[in-house]
Design a protein around this ligand. Structure first.
Ligand code: DC
Length: 219
């Protein structure tokens, strides 16, 4: 069974996907972490994420695996576990840029699908319901008011000790949204058969309840 959850940054996808995976006893697949791992390697190698040619050259020289054990997720790029290094502002910005490169998306597709074959999965990202698992029986598209998404993201950054001016968070989120929604390949759009949930005024638990209701009605 695959549950696909898509939506823009700051909408609460990761929190909700983790809770739902725990409720359903499924694996949690954070597809954004794979884009972030590629970005991490590009930065680590001294290349620039906008250098399309250099990014593409690096892909065949890269191995990428995601493992999860007892709830802890490992993201192994060339054998190095980078899971703890993927949320820095540098990697976040670079991931947004490399995710618009068609060859990166093609390269990550089989990796994501292989994880989907390991068992029941709750997968979250931008194109999970439209491209990675288009036949997933359960699809959700989360959205929320832009100001609320900015506030949530800023609170997370503050909690992680990386909170700067909220205006900077607003700019960062707007830039990422624009890139995700307007890129030529697999842009962020709801799958036609996705259930839409506006999370602006809902707690993560309330969103999960709505999802559980939808999943159990259809089971
Ligand atoms: O969900 P996230 O913030 O960890 O994602 C990091 C970047 O990867 C984000 O800018 C968009 C991109 N991404 C994507 O293009 N497709 C996905 N399925 C997941 C993430």
């Amino acid at each position: 069974m695959i549950v696909a959850i898509d939506g823009p940054a700051g909408v609460g996808k990761s929190t909700v996907a983790k809770l739902l995976a725990a409720r359903l006893g499924c694996l949690y697949l954070d597809t954004g972490a794979l884009y972030r791992a590629v970005a991490w390697k590009i930065l680590r190698s001294g290349r620039h994420p906008t250098d399309h040619e250099q990014v593409v050259k690096l892909l065949p020289l890269t191995s990428l695996h995601m493992e999860s054990q007892n709830g802890a997720v490992q993201v192994l790029i060339d054998g190095i576990d980078v899971a703890g290094d993927l949320r820095t502002p540098e990697v976040t910005a670079a991931a947004s840029i490399v995710s618009a490169i068609p060859e990166v998306r093609e390269w990550l597709l089989p990796i994501q699908r292989q994880i989907g074959q390991r068992g029941s999965v709750v997968a979250e990202g931008r194109d999970v319901g439209t491209r990675v698992f288009p036949t997933a029986p359960y699809k959700f598209f989360l959205d929320a008011d832009a100001n609320i998404r900015v506030e949530r993201r800023h609170r997370e950054l503050v909690a992680a000790g990386r909170g700067g001016a909220i205006e900077a968070t607003y700019r960062d989120l707007s830039d990422r949204d624009l890139r995700d929604r307007t890129r030529s390949i697999d842009p962020l759009v709801p799958a036609p058969d996705a259930r839409r949930i506006d999370t602006s005024l809902l707690s993560p638990e309330q969103v999960v309840e709505q999802m559980m209701a939808a999943v159990s009605t259809e089971l």
